[in-house]
Design a protein. Structure first.
Length: 205
């Protein structure tokens, strides 16, 4: 930058150099310069669940994001999505990406890292870093596993009706069937026993 505008900004207090050399050269923190216009930008909270039966969890995420941002005094907006973490075409995610690419937000707030995407979150975090957008993750604990998230959708049919769980055969279920086979004179492998007629000298099974 030219020295005259820097001297004027320093005199008005708009931009103070981080340090100055003995020769009068001003040195600035680039991060601070890039963030000069960020004060009025919004904070975006993003919430997502995978299936319709998780809507109550989506409401809880939105309420947590609202309360967290309000407690910090941030001007904020919450974007929510209902779709798989493998779906990159959700409406809310596209809206968020457009804001990031055009640097229209100051920070991104998530309840968990994997609420953004199941795979690919690091790429969006890298875009935020390039745009000097702060990332805040409220809970650093373990989110629902991939299998649990898939299972939430598999347990319902295409009408949204809960499917009855499949019952696996148990060892005790086989005992009555075997007793019935012996009572009927059948072998456990399904073959009929050879009849023992009077005077028959052949061997048994």
């Amino acid at each position: 930058m030219r020295s005259r505008p820097c001297a004027r900004w320093e005199a008005s207090g708009e931009l103070i150099p981080d340090r100055r050399s003995k020769g009068g050269v001003r040195y600035y923190d680039v991060g601070k310069i890039l963030g000069l216009g960020n004060e009025d930008m919004r904070t975006i909270g993003y919430a997502r669940v995978s299936s319709h039966d998780q809507k109550s969890d989506l409401v809880r995420q939105c309420e947590l994001l609202e309360a967290f941002c309000a407690a910090k005094g941030w001007r904020h907006e919450v974007i929510s999505d209902l779709g798989s973490g493998l779906n990159y075409r959700t409406k809310g995610l596209h809206q968020l990406l457009e804001m990031i690419l055009h640097k229209r937000i100051r920070r991104l707030v998530l309840t968990h890292k994997d609420r953004l995407l199941r795979f690919g979150s690091e790429l969006i975090f890298a875009l935020c870093e390039i745009q000097n957008i702060e990332i805040v993750i409220i809970n650093k604990g373990d989110p629902p596993t991939f299998a649990e998230e898939l299972g939430a959708g598999r347990d319902r049919d295409h009408h949204g009706v809960q499917r009855a769980p499949l019952r696996q055969p148990q060892p005790q279920d086989e005992a009555p069937a075997r007793r019935a086979d012996r009572t009927q004179g059948n072998r456990p492998d399904g073959l009929l026993r050879r009849a023992r007629w009077p005077g028959y000298r052949g061997g048994g099974w």
